[in-house]
Design a binder for this molecule. Structure first.
Ligand code: FES
Length: 123
């Protein structure tokens, strides 16, 4: 469980630095990429259908797989979500809450796009 505890949700108010990742056009539409941000593996999602970006830990808490960036994204009503490709545990991209079970929530991070580059905010 130690790896899981390295990921902590960062709210916009808690951001102490913005880390530049990749050019926005390298991210697949309606899909994600795993990006190393300092010592964290962060899944960044380019949710073009909603015209929004999201970032979460890449680590699925179910079987501790680094995989969420390859999950299917969609919406549950207004709630953006990602489904882990392994066993379909589904997490809110906004709050990190597990929407179809009792896994622990995943950490979420603020994202911004400036000058064509995608940034992740960390505390
Ligand atoms: S490893 Fe993600 S749902 Fe099982």
């Amino acid at each position: 469980m130690t790896e899981l505890t390295t990921y902590k949700t960062t709210t916009p108010a808690e951001v102490s630095k913005w880390i530049a990742t990749l050019p926005a056009d390298e991210f697949p539409e309606n899909g994600g990429l795993n990006v190393k941000v300092e010592d964290l593996q962060i899944a960044i999602f380019n949710f073009t259908r909603r015209n929004e970006w999201f970032a979460t830990q890449n680590l699925c808490p179910h079987k501790q797989q680094m995989i969420l960036s390859r999950g299917m994204i969609g919406s549950d009503g207004d709630e953006p979500k990602v489904a882990c490709p392994f066993h379909k545990k589904t997490f809110s991209l906004k709050t990190g809450e597990n929407l179809n079970g009792d896994e622990c929530p995943i950490a979420t991070y603020p994202v911004k796009v400036e000058g064509g580059t995608v940034y992740v905010g960390i505390a």
